[in-house]
Write a protein that binds this ligand. Sequence first.
Ligand code: SF4
Ligand code: ZN
Length: 709
Amino acid sequence: MSLFKTIFTGSNQAFEAAKGAVNQIIDKKGRDQKVAFPSTAYFLPIIYAATGTKIKTVGDLEAALDVVKSLIVEEENLDKALNAGLATAVSAEIIEAVKYASNDDPYSDETGIGFVTDPVIRSLGVPLVTGDIPGIAVIIGKARDSEAAGRIIKDYQSKGLLTFLVGDIIDQACEAGVKMGLELRVIPLGQDVTSVIHVVSVAIRAALIFGNIEPGNLDEFLAYTKERVPAFVNVFGPLSELVVSCGAGAIAMGFPVICDTDVPEVPTYLLTQKDYEKTVQTSLEARGIKIKITELPIPVAFAAAFEGERIRKDDMFVEFGGSKTKSWELVMAKDMGEIEDHKIEVIGADIDTIEEVPGRLPLAVLVEVAGKNMQEDFEPVLERRLHYFINYIEGAMHVGQRDITWIRISKDAYGKGLRLKHIGEVIYAKMLDEFDSVVDKCQVTIITDEEKVKKLAKEYAVPRYNARDERLASLTDESVDTFYSCNLCQSFAPAHVCVVTPERLGLCGAVSWLDAKATKELDQHGPCQPIPKEGLEDETLGIWEEVNKAVDEISQGAVSRVTLYSLLVDPMTSCGCFECICGIMPESNGVVIVNREYGGQTPVGMTFGELASMTGGGVQTPGFMGHGRHFISSKKFIRAEGGIKRIVWMPKELKDYVRDKLDATAKEMYGIENFTDMICDETIAVDSDGVLNYLNEKGHPALTMDPMM
Ligand code: SF4
Ligand code: ZN
C-alpha cells in the first residue's frame, strides 16, 4: 500500500471509531450529555483551535464528525495527506472526549494520566523558554526490548526533555525501572493510541494560552506549533494504519516522526532509525534541539529532570536539617585574592562514617565566589540556584533555603558512591557554567562539624541574610533609577514584555529586579535589558515615557503604552505562565486573586483556567492581569485602583502564603491589623452573596472605597 493510501485508511478507521463512540454515548446518555476535559478553558482544544467551535455536549460532537469527514479527501498529495492526519487527531480527540463524558475519571485505573490540564501547561512556560526543558519527546508503541526503551527514556530524561509515553512503551518503561511522573518529566498518557491526542492538545493549547492565536485559524496554529513547540515523535514497533495517520498529523504540526521500522522516508519529517543507540541523537537532530551538557565528576546522574525527585524516609541514607539538625547554605562574594579556584573542602565527617542508617548530620554549605563583574547584589541570585543544583543530582533532595535547608541523600545514591565532596563538585561546576560572566573563581566548603556549623552561622550566614533583607526592604521603585524588561517568554508569547521593578517581579514569579539585573550582567544582549526610569508621566498609574518606549520596541509595536500600577488603564500584558491572576469583582468593588494551583470556582464565576484564558499572549486586558505571588503584598499592587485594600477574595492556600507580608503592608500603609483575615476564601464562600456577607461582617475596606469602575 502506498503511504498516502495507508494514511487515508488510518484516518477513515479513526473516523469510524469516533463515529461509533459518539453514537454509542448518544444512545446511552442522550445528546444533552455534557462533554468536557478537566480544568481547561478551551473546550475540546483541538476542535476549538481548528474551527472555533465550542463543543459542550455530546450532540455537538456530531457536527465535529462532519469536520473530520471534510478533512479526509483521498487525493495522493502531501497537503491532503496532512489534512487526513489532522482528521485523525480530531477523531482521537472526540474518542477521548467521549471517555470523559462517560466516566468522570476515565484514567483512574490506568498508569496513564490522560488529559493534561491548563495549569500544568502554564507551569511549563518558564522551563520551556529558559531551555530548562529543551524539548518534548512523544514515544508511541512498543520497542523491541524493554531495556533499550528504558535507556532511551532515561536518556531523554537526563537531557531534561519532557517525555510523553503512549501504549505498551509505558509497561516497558516500568519494567526497565524508569521512574515516572510529571515532576520527573516522564509522563505516561495512556494505553490507547488515541491518548496521544493529550500531548497534541498540550501543543495546541500552548498556542491558545501563550500565542493568543484566534480559534478557527488552523494554519496559524500549525505555524505556531511548528515554529515554537520543540516536539518530535518516536514510533516503535510495527505501524498500523492508524499510527501512520497519527504520524501524518504530527508532521502537519511540524513534529518530525522517527520510526524504528522501515518507512518511506520524507527528509527531516519521517525518518527511520533502527539502531536504538542512535534514536535520541537522530530525534534531537531532526527537531534541531541542542543540548548543553555539563560533564560532572560524580557517580550518579545529574539532570534537571531529577528536580522533582522525592526521597522517602525508607530510601534515605542521610539527612541534614529539616529541623532535626542545623543546616544552612550561603553564597558569598569575595575578592579575587581571597579564594582558591576549585578548592573543595569537607570539614568534619563525610557520610561514609555514619553508623546508623538513616543518619542525621548538621550541615553548612559555604560557596565563595569571586569575579570582576561579581556584585553583592547577585549573591541571593546565585544562592537560589543551589536548590536546583543539588536537586538535579539523582538521589539527592533539597528543600528550603538559607538556614532552613533540608537535604536528603538516598541509599541508592550512597551505594553508587555519592559523597559530600561530589556535591561540592556539582556546585563548583554549575556556578562556573551558569554564571560564567560573573564568577571567575569558586571555592566550596562543606561542613558537618557541629561546632563549626553553629559558629560560622553566627559569624557569616545570619549577618549576611540580615544585610540582604535590609537591602531588599530598601529596594523600592523610588530608590532605583533603572527598571528592567524581560522578553524571555517571547518564544511562546511573541508580543509579551514584562517590566520588572524592585516592587514588581515578573509575572512568572521567577524574575525579581535583582534577577533581571544579574541576567543583564550575565548576558549583555540577553532577555533582560535596562530601562532608564525617565520621563515620568503619571506617578499613581506608574507611567514613564522610557518604559513605554521600551515596551513598544520590544513588543515590535504590539503594545505601546503600559502602566506599572494599574489594573484598568493599560495594564501590563500577560504571556500565560503567570503564577496568579487578578480580576475585577464589580459587585464587591474589589478584585479576586487566584493562583494556578487552585482548581475550584471563584466568586467571579470562573476557575483559574477560565480567568486566565481572558488574558495572555501578550495582549492587554483591562480588568484582568497575570502577576507573581510576591506582587500581592507589594505597595505597588494595583496602586492606581487603591492598592491591596481592593483584594476581597483569594484561595486559602494563597492567603496563608502571603499572610505575613500582606498583613505587614496593610498595617504600614493603612494601619489595618490582620488584613488577610478580612479577605474571603473558598472555605468561607465562593458565591457572590456569601462573599459580600463576609466582607460586610469583617468591615472590609473595599466596600467603602470609591467605585472601581
Ligand atoms: Fe517570562 Fe516575564 Fe518571567 Fe521574563 S519575567 S520569564 S517575560 S514571565
Ligand atoms: Zn511567560
